[in-house]
Design a protein around this ligand. Sequence first.
Ligand SMILES: NC(=O)c1ccc[n+]([C@@H]2O[C@H](COP(=O)([O-])OP(=O)(O)OC[C@H]3O[C@@H](n4cnc5c(N)ncnc54)[C@H](O)[C@@H]3O)[C@@H](O)[C@H]2O)c1
Length: 390
Amino acid sequence: MGGWPASSSRVSQALLLAGCLLAAVLLFKYLSTGISYAPPSVFSQPQKGVTHVLVTGGAGFIGSHATLRLLSDGHRVTIVDNLSRGNLGAVRVLQRLAPAARLQFVEADLGDLPAVERLFARNHFDAVMHFAAVAFVGESVEQPLQYYHNITANTLTLLEAVQRHGVKRIIYSSTCATYGEPDTMPITEDTPQRPINPYGLSKKMAEDMIRDFSKANPDIAFAILRYFNVIGSDPEGRLGEWPRPALRHYGRISGACFDAAMGHIPGLKVMGTNYPTRDGTCIRDYIHVTDLVDAHVAVLPQLQPGVIRTFNVGTGKGYSVREFVDACLKVTGKPIKVVEQAERRPGDYAEVFSDPSKIQRELGWQARFTDLEENLRMAWAWRKEHPSGY
Ligand SMILES: NC(=O)c1ccc[n+]([C@@H]2O[C@H](COP(=O)([O-])OP(=O)(O)OC[C@H]3O[C@@H](n4cnc5c(N)ncnc54)[C@H](O)[C@@H]3O)[C@@H](O)[C@H]2O)c1
């Protein structure tokens, strides 16, 4: 009878045993460390015809609306947000709407250097839209260091990562607060930047850093968009503005109006009635979030290496606080108690509205949502549908 010699059978038994042991060790390692042998993620590879945009602060008001638009335009988006002020609920809405493999969410703080390095090392970004920031004038006066850290220092960290990882297109969210209180209105991009509060100054410092960085890195293309006061919400009602209730006292005027209408706060306080304006209250230029997002989408393909395209994004028309409050009363239809106090809010300025002619001329962008009442109606519709936020 033929057969394996005894010694050869012992060898094959030993080999089988070794194979089983190796498989057991690998299985154990896989289960205990979560190492996956999946192919590289689509987010780590460039793809022809698809722009992968890193949206910092994408869980926040403007960043979430921008993400929605980028996704519907066929782009790929990675949101990075520490959720300090944004809403996971907004990210969930976006995840439900996003086509497969088009959106990922990374919870991380831009001040966390190793986390930022991991983010850039694991992904291939074609562009960055840097929205993430703390953004309340009053808070910046009380806690200036938080603002220099969160806005200026974190922009530095981001630029270092951009340089290390060869990202070539950056759009920076700046603000009309960088102009301070100009001598003449309307504000053009050439109006001298003389910020009068730490929020505006920390943004201007980030802009200055970008200007120097751009000179030294002429292969990178930048846009700096200086937003005026952003209001409204997605016209289709999918997203809205939901700032942290704990931050309400710093709040922006539309949020305060809706909070008062819903009884979360006793009423509306108009702070400052002796400004040198047509009715003594501050004048601001209110830009709809959809128009603002359009400006980002318009500038993205127009970016040029070595150039910083700088634009004001506003409507060109100013409304006083009293006019805003009247519109709010009309839209909500609620008997909101309005208290006027002569004393001004620290760090505030009298009158600010934009001259948007440069962005109209160079990008063909124009604000489409210019009816204040209509814009407030959209935002109020979302708030009524979401009385407790996302
Ligand atoms: N809303 C306005 O009227 C207005 C006007 C001018 C400029 N801006 C600028 O637009 C940008 C977006 O503002 P918004 O109104 O959407 O504010 P927002 O608070 O709704 O969103 C900011 C987002 O950034 C995130 N964030 C903050 N610090 C972070 C950090 N260290 N790491 C990671 N994520 C962080 C927050 O969690 C939040 O989701 C800001 O840069 C702001 O300065 C806003």
